[in-house]
Design a binder for this molecule. Structure first.
Ligand code: AMP
Length: 287
């Protein structure tokens, strides 16, 4: 029987010692940070990294400081063994970093404060206080440990992607941040680790999120942002099993809500919505 090995590091010191000769030889390192419970969306990021770099590192770490809700942190799926099997089916050359909280935070599990030119004050930042301080803290630390040339982030978390781009430019971190398209279930539901907590019925019903986003995109071609937002709000009122937290239309670059459409700007619709008490986010390019 052929033995298949995969390198899994739990300690940053061991990972750094392993990576340092490759860094010295100028090998390119691609990095995919995740919180695990892997799905096809994560794998699409991995595939990009594997094809563009000599070495690919994936981190699996449920970062406590980016959770503003203790129950959400507690219930976040942790499936390391299954994740490793999923990665092995793709490649056995992926280097995994799966630390404990202590290895990252060394007894001081708090966020640093970040300022991202206002990107942090919109949408997820407004509704999840402290979230982007937690994201900045973990991403900066992971970049220091892994020292990647390229790092891959999903457009599923579009605001996070823009914030990480801002982080590297503000702190002069020499990493190229690459955004990757949203991977969806066949019914249109954006893949997410949190979907694992949905019942089969809710997963089916949640297909409507992408349908309504797609209808909003069509409407936005001829109608104002205000009318499009009203349309989305009214559609979800017809489906009381959903509790809409927000639907916003924002400029992709600044994430500021659109007041007047301008032809050379790119807009996106952003949604956060609850079903079965589980918070899902999604977004769609509008032009
Ligand atoms: P997470 O494990 O949810 O923190 O996600 C890790 C990375 O995978 C982030 O950059 C996410 O944006 C990305 N990601 C999560 N879901 C998807 C998806 N459905 N399509 C593409 N990327 C995704």
């Amino acid at each position: 029987m052929q033995e298949i090995l995969m390198l899994i590091f739990n300690k940053k010191s061991d990972l750094s010692a392993f990576l340092s000769p490759f860094i010295n030889q100028n090998k390119s390192i691609g990095f995919v940070p995740t919180m695990g419970a892997l799905h096809e969306g994560h794998l699409s990021l991995l595939k990009n990294s594997l094809s563009e770099n000599d070495i690919t590192v994936m981190s699996i770490f449920v970062n406590p400081t980016q959770f503003n809700n203790a129950e959400d942190l507690d219930k976040y799926p942790r499936t390391l063994e299954r994740d490793v099997q999923i990665m092995l089916a793709l490649s056995n050359s992926i280097i995994v970093y799966a630390p404990e909280v202590e290895d990252i935070y060394e007894g001081n599990t708090v966020s640093e404060n970040f300022e991202y030119d206002g990107l942090e004050n919109q949408m997820e930042g407004k509704h999840r206080p402290g979230h982007f301080d937690g994201v900045g803290t973990i991403v900066k630390r992971l970049f220091e440990i892994v020292q990647p040339n390229k790092a891959y982030f999903g457009e599923k978390d579009f605001q996070q992607l823009q914030i990480v781009k801002k982080l590297v430019s503000k702190y002069n971190i020499p990493v190229e941040v690459i955004g990757c398209p949203i991977h969806r279930e066949p019914n249109g539901l954006a893949m997410s680790s949190r979907n694992e907590r949905l019942s089969a019925i809710a997963k089916e019903k949640a297909a409507i999120i992408y349908q309504i986003l797609s209808d909003a995109k069509k409407l936005f071609q001829t109608n104002s942002a205000e009318e499009t937002i009203l349309f989305v709000e009214n559609e979800f009122k017809k489906h009381p099993e959903f509790q809409l937290e927000y639907f916003e239309i924002a400029d992709e670059a600044t994430l500021l809500p659109v007041s007047q459409k301008v032809s050379d700007k790119k807009y996106r619709g952003f949604i956060a919505i609850f079903i079965e008490n589980i918070r899902l986010i999604d977004n769609i390019s509008l032009n």
